[in-house]
Each structure stands twice: as structure tokens, then as C-alpha cells.
Design a protein around this ligand. Structure first.
Ligand SMILES: Nc1nc2c(c(=O)[nH]1)N[C@H]1C(S)=C(S)[C@@H](COP(=O)(O)OP(=O)(O)OC[C@H]3O[C@@H](n4cnc5c(=O)[nH]c(N)nc54)[C@H](O)[C@@H]3O)O[C@H]1N2
Ligand SMILES: Nc1nc2c(c(=O)[nH]1)N[C@H]1C(S)=C(S)[C@@H](COP(=O)(O)OP(=O)(O)OC[C@H]3O[C@@H](n4cnc5c(=O)[nH]c(N)nc54)[C@H](O)[C@@H]3O)O[C@H]1N2
Ligand SMILES: [Mo]
Length: 765
């Protein structure tokens, strides 16, 4: 399908998020995937004793709704349980070079992978192979690399694999001899995992679902709820019905933050009732959140001065600041000294707007701060989070019901993977425990994160890449450059459910291995196995597969990891891989042994309704930071993109998801809430910019990177669409625009590729 010839249909979308459009979206995907199996399974989605959605990581309530799934969660299930199969016959008919010409959508629409396949360079085709032979050759190749240097293999994980699989995988990498465990979190919320430990002493959010019941204000920064975590609209709607305020910061008008019609409520569906979500919608400049928060802080200090003069109650929580925090004075000075003119230029927001937000904040007893990729994927994303924490600490909004910080995580178990050892940072690993329990010497050298992994591959320093799920080559920045370097590797192995672009660029020895999906029954020695995951609010849930696997040749992920481990490592009775892969409860026991504080009585609590929360010291105002206090930090920059002023003609590109995709999985070409249909090859642009550049809707343009480092980065044939977005900024879709993002354009400290304010140049075709 040649998308460039497809003109977008632009239809102003009048509906709320949810509503009939949502029901229609679901029906379409069920038809397209001919997925008769999906419908009955949806009843069990995100329910206690059911199966946990493979879409986002949003919390699963103890008292679920009749349907505890959203349009996009249902799409993810239908996509996984498609009736279509991508078989050896299919691969016999198509060369890999031919498949490179297919769209992401067309590749995944071929259906579920059914057989282990090996790439045959002579015929340029994938050919079927037996599992035994597969493990034997992969083992041989991994041992060859290890003998040379174990650090030349990378073990990537996408955030979908269960806690059990992830634990085994991280142990495999360490026993092999490296900490090269990048995961999708390295492209996502790693900024959270860097900022929060140094400010509040935990790597994850502190908010629990019940906090939404008692909060009286929600600040929402840089997240697209209607599309990326629609079930979060329920607690937001309930909160709004209690009359609480929601203040949103987002450069784009996103329908989910405007209004919601609950598709599960007959009254709302038939009666036309819908809920206004944001009470204040602030179209901040991309990267302008630091400045916006400075504005709110400055206004709060002014309110505090007023309160003092009038002898009223303080706006600042002095008791909390004295008893619990460090660094307040420096922060106060910085906020008071910041000029309103700077705040206004950087944030793109007017002083009265920020003063109003500050007043609402001052009146609220308990406030939740929620955020997503709009903060984390910036060069100074860590400082954006520092700033959010500063605001939170000013009024003691942590460790009190209804308050706290709420990073909305992406993949359904991305947070959990980090909890059980998928990390490149050896200081986060309980190495002494690993030594004691598994009788080996864990590697103490830091491993590669995603960006460092890409750089190492570009430099030819990597020989082996194992991908446990995901679509690494499509999700990373600089995709075109990376593809060129990729085939130099000796071994590339991809464990997957569906065919994607990462499977079409291969190392010298290359395997594509199909696995059982989470919605499918995973039987080991005839006994159905449960798996587990951690949601965005640190609650751990068990999950049962519901339908028969897509093919009898599939292996489970734990079984595949065990296969790699047995073939690549010398036998070690302390690591009984087969035993673990035969009974996942045993893996959970081992996880509990390695992380006794986090996973106390793991197996016994697996089916607790609503999941069991991991203990977090910050929730009890205990601060595991170097100062033993919660820390204020003064950001070094006022714009999160760190650019003083862009050169003439440079636009800031924000890459986002449509309502018809899950990351690199494209379900269709309909971004309903934004009113764009028929193509993903578009950019959204402000009316004023369109006029200035003499562009009209549907015009074809080319984008080039403004980075001048000798590499050509270009995406041609994009159509312009008018959209409500600040002047000087444009938005378009990930992953199509990733070739424009240099690998070097990443968040300082967290190394998250900075996909949210990419400097680009535009030319008319
Ligand atoms: N259906 C569906 N669900 C998903 C996913 C999916 O692809 N599809 N992906 C999953 C994954 S892995 C993740 S990480 C999450 C991602 O979910 P989100 O965190 O919502 O990620 P994005 O789609 O990148 O949207 C980022 C939002 O931030 C805004 N934004 C951009 N720049 C800025 C800025 O500088 N400041 C502010 N305040 N806002 C900004 C954008 O306009 C956009 O609304 O969703 C998860 N859930
Ligand atoms: N420009 C830009 N780039 C971005 C982002 C952005 O906002 N802008 N977002 C980043 C973010 S937040 C993330 S998380 C990454 C996503 O990066 P990844 O997690 O690597 O990518 P996905 O698209 O989620 O992976 C989809 C593939 O996973 C496989 N899969 C699905 N289910 C399973 C399963 O159960 N087991 C296995 N083994 N495989 C399975 C399927 O084959 C499918 O094709 O992309 C990042 N890249
Ligand atoms: Mo993500």
C-alpha cells in the first residue's frame, strides 16, 4: 500500500472520547482480524482471576466494571487473537527483501507467527526449523561471542513479557556475563526512574487507584489519556463528578482531556450525557512545562506573601518542608527571581492562566500529579520531573491520601520488568543475593541502555542481539542509519507473536521465534500456568491465558528463555531452567527469595483482588535518598528541549501515537479523536504557520532533520493537516518519523530518545 498517494480525510470529530465511536472502532477491528475468539475473552480482561490486558499498564481495580476494557485494550486482544496465520507457506512465497516494501500494518496483518523460522541468505527467505536445532545453533553462536567478549551481546526486552519471563531473562544475561539489558523503558519512563529516586527515593509513582477517590485536584502533563490509557478516564470521570478540578498541560488539543462519554453507561450513550474532563486546558509549548511550573510556583509564593500579610493560613506546607525536605531555599529563590516575561515566552502560557492554576492548587487539600511521554521524552525531561516534584513538595502532596505522583506507564509490564532485574545498572541489582542463590559472579560493569546499545551497534561493537518481543529497529531513533549497521551482527534472534520490520533486517545467523501470547493458555506438562505483571500503580496481578495457542509449535516465553540459557551457559544446578519453565510458581518463589521486601508471599497473594501493591517508603514519607529527605532541585534550564532559540525556519516536531496503533503495531489509519483518516503520513500544523508557509490542508511536504552532523535524515511525502497546536511546533506519528531523530538526541541522564521536540526543517514538494 503506497500511503504517500493517499490524501488524509480530515473530519472534525465532534464526539467525546469513548462514546459510539469507541464501540464502532472495536467492531471494525473484530471484523478485520476475524477474531471470533476475542469477544468471550474480553469479559475476563483485567478482572480478578482473568487475564491482564496486553495494551497499557493502567491499574486494574479490585471491583471491576462489567467490561473492564477500553476500545484500545479490546483492539490489542483482537489483534493478538486474530484468525490469520503467518505460516512457513507465507514465508516460502515472499523474500525478505520483498517484505521490506510492505507497511507495518500489512506485515502484522499477516497474522500470528506459527513456526520457528531461520533466515536463509541464499534464497533471501525464512525457512522453518525445529526448536532443538534452533536452540543448538543459537547456543553455539552465543558461546562463540562469549568466548571473545560476553559484552558483545545485547538482551533487549519489550515491556510485555511477564515477571516470570523477565526475571529468567535478566538472570540469563547476567549468567552469560553482561548487564546489556535495555528494555522499552529506556525509550519511555526511564526518565521517571532517574528523577524520582533522587527526589523522593523511589523509582516509580506513589499514587494508588484509591487516591483518585479522595483527591481534590489533578494536574495532567503530557499524556494522551483518551488513546493511551482510556480506562483511566473512569476514575477521572468519577473525580469530575465529585466536582474536582483537572488542569491539563498539552500542546495539542487531545479529545480525551476535553470530554468523555462512558461507552459502558447506557444513560450516557443514549442520553447524550458526557463529562467535561479538563477544567483548565493549557496548550503549553513543547518543552515548556518547566517554565509553566516555575510560573505556578512563583504565583504560589505570591499567594503565600498575601496570606501572611492578611494573617491567613499558609499556602506553603511549612511543616512538611521543615520535617521532610531538602533544598527548599534555593528553589524558592530561583522561583521568585524568575521573570514572568521568561516564563511566558518559554511556556507559551500567559501569567493570569498560570496564576489561576496556582490559586486552584492553593485551594486543594490533596493533589495528584500525572504525566506521560510529553515530559519524559525531552532532552531535559529529568528536570521537568524535578519541577513537578518541586510543586508537589511545596504543598506536601505526597504520603497523604489523594495525593502523589502518577507516571502513566506504557507497556503492560514495563514497570515490573525493571522490578525483577531487567536493567543495565548493576547498582540496582541485588548482586549478593544472586551470588548466594545461584552460585555465580554477576557482572559488575554497567551494561548498554537503548541509546548506548544503538551507538555500540553503529560502531560495530555488538555481535549478538536477542529481542524478547518488541520492534527494536522500528521503535528506536535514527532508524535508517541503524538498519544499515544492523546486518553486520553475527547473530540476531527475535522472539515475537507477529511479523514486524525488525524481523526483516538480519544478522548473519538470524532466527524468528514465535511464542505463546498472554491471552492464550500456557500449558506446561499438561498444567495451565499463570503469569504475573505489575501495573502503573505498583500493584502485582496474576493472569490466566484464556484460549488455545495460535499454533501447536509455539513455545512459551519462559520455555524459550530456558532454551537459550541451557544452550548458551554451562550447566549450573542452582539454575534449574527446565524446572522453572515447567512450573512458573517456582519462578515466583525464586523472585521472592531475591526480592523478599517487594514480593513477600508472592504465590499466596497472586490473586488478590486489585493486585497487591509493592511497599514504597515514599508513601509513608520515608525518603531513601542520599539526603534522607525529599529533595527540591533547581533545573538548569527553563525549556526542556534545552534550546535557547531555534535557527530561522526550524520547527519543533512532536512525535505521538494515533488512536489506531499500539506503538509500532498499526491497527489502522483512523486517528478518530484528532479527526484524521486514511493515512499516517501526515504532520499536524498550526493555522498561522500554514498561512506563513503558504500551505493548505493536504499539501505534500518533506521533513529534514535540522541536525547537521553529516548524516542525511529525511522523511518525504507527508501531508499537512491543520491542527490546534502552538505556532512553531508540528506533530506527527511515531514510528514513521523516527528516521528524523538523531540517536544523539536523547534525555540527559536517562538516555531516553527525545522524540518530543525534534528540530526539523520543512520544504514543500
Ligand atoms: N492505544 C495505545 N495505548 C498505549 C500505547 C499505544 O501506542 N497505543 N503505547 C503505550 C506506551 S508504551 C506508552 S509509553 C504510553 C504512551 O502514552 P503517552 O504518554 O500519552 O504518549 P504519547 O502518545 O507519546 O503522547 C504524549 C502526549 O504528550 C503531549 N506532549 C508532547 N510534548 C509535550 C510537552 O512538551 N509538554 C506537555 N505537557 N505535553 C507534551 C502530546 O501532545 C501527547 O498528547 O501509552 C501506552 N498505551
Ligand atoms: N519517535 C518516537 N519513538 C518512540 C516513542 C515515541 O513516543 N516517539 N515511544 C517509545 C516507547 S514509549 C516505547 S515503549 C517503544 C516501544 O518499543 P517496543 O516495545 O520494542 O515496540 P512494540 O511496538 O510495542 O512491539 C510490537 C511487537 O511486539 C511483538 N509482541 C507482541 N506481543 C508479544 C508477546 O507477548 N511476546 C513477544 N515476545 N512479542 C510480542 C509483536 O511481534 C509486535 O510486532 O517505542 C519508543 N519509540
Ligand atoms: Mo512506552
Amino acid at each position: 500500500m503506497d500511503e504517500s498517494t493517499m490524501k488524509p480525510q480530515i473530519e472534525h470529530y465532534e464526539g467525546a472520547a469513548g462514546g459510539w465511536g469507541s464501540a464502532k472502532g472495536l467492531t471494525q477491528i473484530l471484523e478485520r482480524t476475524r477474531s471470533t475468539k476475542a469477544l468471550p475473552v474480553l469479559w475476563k480482561q483485567n478482572k480478578p482471576e482473568g487475564f491482564m490486558c496486553v495494551s497499557c499498564a493502567w491499574a486494574k481495580p479490585a471491583k471491576p466494571h462489567t467490561f473492564e476494557f477500553c476500545e484500545n485494550g479490546a483492539k490489542a486482544t483482537a489483534w493478538e487473537l486474530t484468525a490469520d496465520r503467518c505460516t512457513p507457506d507465507f514465508f516460502a512465497q515472499h523474500t525478505v527483501s520483498e517484505l521490506k516494501g510492505w507497511s507495518d500494518y500489512a506485515l502484522e496483518m499477516t497474522g500470528r507467527l506459527t513456526h520457528p523460522m531461520r533466515y536463509d541468505a541464499a534464497s533471501d527467505k525464512y525457512v522453518p526449523v525445529e526448536w532443538d536445532e534452533t536452540f543448538a545453533e543459537i547456543g553455539r553462536e552465543l558461546r562463540k561471542i562469549k568466548a571473545h567478549d560476553p559484552k558483545r551481546t545485547i538482551f533487549y526486552a519489550s515491556g510485555r513479557a511477564s515477571l516470570e519471563t523477565s526475571f529468567m531473562y535478566s538472570l540469563l544475561a547476567r549468567a552469560y556475563g553482561n548487564n546489556n539489558l535495555p528494555d522499552s523503558s529506556n525509550m519511555c519512563h526511564e526518565t521517571t526512574s532517574v528523577a524520582l529516586p533522587r527526589t523522593i527515593g523511589v523509582p516509580v509513582g506513589t499514587v494508588l487507584l484509591e487516591d483518585f477517590e479522595t483527591t481534590d485536584l489533578i494536574f495532567a502533563f503530557g499524556q494522551n489519556v483518551g488513546t493511551n490509557s482510556p480506562r483511566l478516564l473512569h476514575p477521572l470521570q468519577e473525580a469530575r463528578k465529585r466536582g474536582i478540578s483537572i488542569i491539563t498541560f498539552n500542546p495539542l488539543r487531545e479529545r480525551g482531556w476535553e470530554r468523555f462519554k462512558n461507552p459502558q453507561s447506557p444513560m450516557e450513550m443514549v442520553g447524550g450525557e458526557e463529562t467535561q474532563i479538563s477544567t483548565q486546558y493549557n496548550q503549553v509549548h513543547p518543552g515548556g512545562d518547566i517554565a509553566a511550573c516555575f510560573g505556578i510556583a512563583k504565583a504560589l509564593f505570591a499567594l503565600e506573601d498575601d496570606a501572611r500579610r492578611a494573617g491567613n493560613e499558609s499556602v506553603i506546607d511549612w511543616e512538611f518542608i521543615q520535617d521532610h525536605t531538602h533544598g527548599f531555599e534555593a528553589f524558592e529563590k530561583a522561583a521568585r527571581e524568575m521573570e514572568w516575561s521568561d516564563i511566558e515566552t518559554r511556556s507559551g502560557l500567559k501569567r493570569p492562566v498560570l496564576e489561576r492554576a496556582a490559586q486552584t492548587y492553593a485551594n486543594a487539600k490533596a493533589t495528584i500529579f500525572l504525566y506521560g511521554m510529553g515530559l519524559t521524552q525531552h532532552v531535559h525531561g529529568v528536570e521537568s520531573l524535578d519541577m513537578i516534584v518541586n510543586l508537589m513538595l511545596m504543598r506536601g502532596n505526597i504520603g497523604r491520601p489523594g495525593s502523589g505522583i502518577c507516571p502513566v506507564r506504557g507497556h503492560s509490564n514495563v514497570q515490573g520488568q525493571r522490578t525483577v532485574g531487567i536493567t543495565e545498572k548493576p547498582e540496582l541489582v541485588p548482586n549478593a543475593k544472586l551470588r548466594e542463590l545461584f552460585h555465580f559472579e554477576p557482572p559488575m560493569e554497567k551494561g548498554h541502555n537503548t541509546v548506548e546499545g544503538c551507538e555500540a551497534i553503529l560502531k560495530g561493537e555488538v555481535d549478538g542481539f536477542i529481542g524478547l518481543g518488541g520492534n527494536f529497529l522500528r521503535a528506536i531513533p535514527d532508524t535508517v542509519r541503524m538498519e544499515d549497521a544492523w546486518s553486520r551482527m553475527a547473530l540476531t534472534v527475535q522472539v515475537a507473536t507477529k511479523l514486524n520490520r525488525s524481523h526483516l533486517v538480519n544478522g548473519k545467523v538470524a532466527y524468528l521465534l514465535p511464542c505463546i501470547a498472554r491471552s492464550e493458555i500456557d500449558r506446561q506438562n499438561g498444567v495451565a500456568q499463570a503469569v504475573s505483571m505489575e501495573d502503573s500503580t505498583t500493584c502485582i496481578h496474576g493472569s490466566w491465558g484464556q484460549v488455545e495457542p495460535a499454533s501447536e509449535h509455539l513455545l512459551s516465553e519462559p520455555r524459550i528463555v530456558a532454551g537459550f540459557a541451557k544452550a548458551a551457559l554451562d550447566p549450573n544446578p542452582a539454575m534449574p531452567w527446565d524446572e522453572w519453565a515447567s512450573d512458573y510458581a517456582k519462578v515466583r518463589d525464586v523472585i521472592e527469595q531475591v526480592y523478599p521486601d517487594q514480593f513477600e508471599s508472592f504465590n499466596a497473594r497472586l490473586w488478590k483482588r486489585g493486585g497487591f501493591p509493592r511497599p514504597l517508603p515514599a508513601r509513608n514519607r520515608v525518603w531513601k535518598t542520599p539526603t534522607k529527605r525529599a529533595n527540591f532541585f533547581v533545573p538548569e534550564v527553563v525549556s526542556a528541549d534545552g534550546r535557547e532559540k531555534d535557527a530561522e525556519g526550524v520547527l519543533r516536531l512532536v512525535t505521538v501515537r494515533s488512536n489506531d496503533q499500539f506503538n509500532t503495531t498499526v491497527y489502522g489509519y483512523d486517528d478518530r479523536f484528532r479527526g484524521i483518516k486514511g493515512t499516517r503520513q501526515i504532520i499536524m500544523m498550526n493555522e498561522g504557520d500554514m498561512r506563513r508557509l503558504s500551505l493548505k490542508d493536504g499539501d505534500l511536504i518533506t521533513l529534514r532533520s535540522a541536525e547537521d552532523d553529516g548524516h542525511k535524515r529525511e522523511v518525504p511525502d507527508l501531508r499537512v493537516v491543520t491542527y490546534s497546536i502552538p505556532e512553531g511546533s508540528i506533530a506527527g506519528y511515531f514510528p514513521e518519523l523516527n528516521p528524523l531523530i538523531p540517536v544523539s538526541h536523547y534525555a540527559k541522564e536517562s538516555f531516553v530518545p527525545a522524540g518530543k521536540s525534534v528540530p526539523v526543517l520543512l520544504s514543500k514538494n
